[in-house]
Design a protein around this ligand. Structure first.
Ligand code: SF4
Ligand code: MG
Length: 326
């Protein structure tokens, strides 16, 4: 079918005293109905900036979307006014952040926090909004929802708070949920429960999910497709099977080599020697050239083209191009 979201040629820069940081450098991907696309990368790879750009949350200044577009329901989100974007955010596209405590207001009852947005956006009566809140509390598996709606955030465990954050995100029945490291702040058993919850919710509602993470275990568990980001670019994208079992980009191969297959859980992505390039002055050629065990002469000079490996699989590497002389 047609994608729910189409990101094309997205470029985001930040002006600082030290110069201009090219945080996202021409990113392309689609998100389809009912799927989970994981965007994987080290910190500073541009994955969170990409999601902020989709949500219209790039602080400007110093940030700016300098190129590209984001198509969603017939709109280019990068062109919408702040006011129009507010009507999409939390309604058609919702976001879940890492720390459930900062996402919740400690002074407001859970019930009020659940119903605030939907009453504003959909003009529901208090009773209708409460009804919906109860439904969502049940959907995310919170016991005794009627009593719990009258309580405050501190009366819930970390895992329960993240369930509430998810319930709030789902109140307006969004088509797209963006979850940025949604389980990083939680302990391992709770993490697993929250990931199962995402899967359950997706089955029941058909919501599409963009999952931003550095945790390959999380990816292995719930992603359908994976985009690997490095130095502001997607260097490889494919189905979970393609990226995990037939990785073609040396960076992806390095990530996966560093992790024992059966123990993907909770592994940070810092396995390859060296550091990512300075995004104040990104390299002219392949961003991975300085760390790549296969780097050739051309790699340092010319940006590698995207090679299509299958209907669903793509990687940006000169090794895949017949024109490159080894
Ligand atoms: Fe390595 Fe060259 Fe491929 Fe970049 S383009 S990943 S440097 S082989
Ligand atoms: Mg981040």
């Amino acid at each position: 079918g047609k994608p729910v979201l189409e990101v094309r040629d997205l470029e985001v820069t930040f002006k600082t005293y030290g110069g201009t940081v090219q945080a996202v450098r021409g990113v392309n991907f689609d998100v389809y109905k009912g799927e989970t696309l994981a965007i994987v990368g080290e910190s500073g790879s541009g994955k969170s900036v990409t999601s902020s750009a989709i949500m219209g949350l790039i602080p400007s200044p110093p940030g700016e979307i300098t190129r590209g577009n984001v198509q969603f329901k017939g709109n280019d989100l990068t062109k919408l006014s702040k006011k129009d974007m507010r009507e999409i955010r939390g309604v058609d596209i919702s976001m879940i952040f890492q720390d459930p405590m900062t996402a919740l207001n400690p002074t407001l009852k859970i019930g009020d926090q659940l119903t605030e947005g939907i009453r504003q956006h959909q003009k529901l009566s208090k009773a209708q909004a409460n009804e919906k809140a109860l439904e969502m509390m049940k959907l995310v598996g919170i016991p005794n929802p009627e009593e719990r709606l009258k309580q405050y955030p501190h009366q819930f465990s970390g895992g329960m708070r993240q369930r509430i954050v998810i319930a709030i995100a789902l109140m307006c029945e969004p088509e797209l949920l963006i979850a940025d490291e949604p389980t990083t702040a939680l302990d391992v058993t709770i993490q697993a429960q929250i990931l199962e919850l995402f899967e359950e919710i997706q089955k029941k509602t058909g919501v599409s999910i963009i999952l931003i993470t550095h945790d390959l275990g999380v990816v292995a568990k719930i992603a359908h497709r994976i985009a690997v980001m490095y130095a502001g670019k997607i260097v490889e994208i494919g189905t979970k099977r393609e990226v995990f079992y037939q990785p073609e980009h040396p960076y992806t191969q390095g990530l996966l080599d560093s992790v024992p297959r059966l123990d993907l859980k909770g592994k940070p992505l810092e396995p390859i020697e060296g550091t990512p390039p300075d995004l104040f002055s990104p390299p002219a050629g392949c961003p991975f050239a300085a760390r790549c065990p296969h780097a050739m002469f051309v790699c340092e000079k010319v940006v590698p083209p995207s090679e299509r490996l299958s209907e669903t699989h793509q990687a940006d590497c000169w090794l895949l191009d017949e024109r490159a002389q080894r």
